[in-house]
Design a protein around this ligand. Structure first.
Ligand SMILES: [Zn+2]
Length: 392
């Protein structure tokens, strides 16, 4: 009997308790505990007593065991002081005085909240209510006090009441989300950045081509160089080519339009990544329509510029590309060229530093899952905390 108790105690990894029994209920497991009788000091007068007054059972939730929620039924003893007659509870190490959960259960829940699982599914796993999970989570908090030398800003679509887009502020060197900012308007960003004291110390800020970012960075971080994330200008070029395809497609008879639609991937991929069959089909498409052919050449020329090995080469290739756009007169690309010219300096800066917003893509995928599972996140601040908890 004693051996059995020792094993169970080890299994629970609690010290100084006596396991009096284990009961398997249908949907939870119950362990009956008490502590050995020890001399206790009276909290009122200080004299030592071992005289038992009575018992009370405290039910405490603990980390699930054998896939079932675990309840510790702790028979708590009250001692009686022989000197001043005061009754008092014995001291206990594994749970706070009025707590109904062990600290290690709270810790395990906070740790599980770093995953994408919804609050409801975590509640179910731990055998507690969703309200309890929310209450525990409300103790978690993240504050940014310090900005790194290199910053990245990107955005994602929100689900909460606070506007359409939220910004993600990232440290791209450490690959860490620093903060979620609820709006991306100039006023809001300036107000947000103004709370940091050492703004002089930010050297680079990587952004996409959203004008308020540029303005906010210029005002808030006068020492910083703005870098456009390469993924974003590559994407704009791919979009331009795809728009040409769609516009050409609309004017074609059904069969030809269908053929072009299913060739989308061939046009957008790098030609080296195509199979021989793919290359043949691509050649066919390029013979198909003059506008498609010119747009494709402009895309490939742009990708060649993107692969430049330094700023000098990039500058040369970009001006050649801009000249070609002028000659070819494809509207979708003329529009792209305007944007590129507006951001020329910042785009060329991307050839001088290795920083990109690539890591944000990974975070955005995590955020998407959190968003999908977050029926409960009407509240922006809770949504923000969950993202920071999962991504830092
Ligand atoms: Zn006393």
């Amino acid at each position: 009997m004693h051996m059995h108790n020792q094993f169970t105690t080890n299994l629970l990894s609690l010290t100084d308790v006596i396991v009096e029994g284990v009961k398997h209920h249908e949907d939870f497991c119950e362990v009956f505990l008490s502590q050995p009788v020890r001399p206790h000091k009276c909290p009122r007068c200080g004299s030592v007593t071992s005289k038992i007054h009575d018992y009370r059972v405290q039910k405490i939730k603990d980390i699930p065991i054998l896939n079932k929620p675990l309840i510790l039924s702790y028979r708590k003893r009250r001692y009686k002081c022989k000197n001043c007659r005061k009754n008092f509870y014995e001291t206990v190490s594994f749970v706070g005085r009025y707590q109904r959960m062990t600290p290690r259960l709270v810790e395990a829940i906070i740790d599980r909240l770093r995953t994408n699982f919804s609050m409801c599914s975590i509640a179910k796993d731990f055998g507690v209510s969703a309200c309890t999970i929310t209450r525990i989570f409300d103790y978690v908090s993240y504050k940014v006090t310090h900005l790194p030398e290199v910053l990245s800003i990107d955005e994602f679509k929100g689900t909460t009441e606070k506007g359409k887009y939220h910004c993600v502020l990232v440290d791209p060197v450490q690959s860490k989300v620093l903060d979620i900012i609820d709006k991306r308007s100039l006023d809001y960003l300036l107000k947000y950045f103004s709370k940091f004291k050492e703004r002089q110390h930010v050297k680079y800020v990587v952004i996409d081509m959203w004008a308020p970012y540029k303005q906010a960075v210029k005002q808030a971080f006068p020492q910083a160089r703005i870098v456009i994330d390469r993924f974003h200008y590559i994407r704009n070029c791919i979009w331009a080519l795809d728009k040409v395809r769609k516009n050409v497609q609309q004017c074609l008879p059904y069969e030809k339009a269908r053929f072009l639609k299913y060739s989308k991937r061939l046009l957008l991929s790098h030609p080296d990544n195509l199979s021989n069959d793919g290359k043949l089909r691509l050649a066919n498409i390029l013979l198909f329509d003059e506008r498609i052919r010119l747009a494709y050449v402009l895309k490939e020329k742009f990708m060649d510029f993107v692969r430049s090995k330094d700023k000098n080469e990039a500058e040369k290739k970009l001006s050649q590309w801009l000249q070609m756009v002028n000659t070819y007169k494809i509207n979708e690309f003329s529009y792209l060229a305007k944007t590129i010219l507006n951001w020329k300096e910042e785009i060329l800066n991307s050839f001088t530093v290795p920083y990109t917003n690539a890591c944000i893509e990974g975070f955005n995928n995590k955020i998407k899952v959190i968003k999908r599972n977050a029926f409960g996140f009407r509240n922006f601040s809770r949504f923000r905390t969950r993202i920071l908890h999962c991504c830092s």
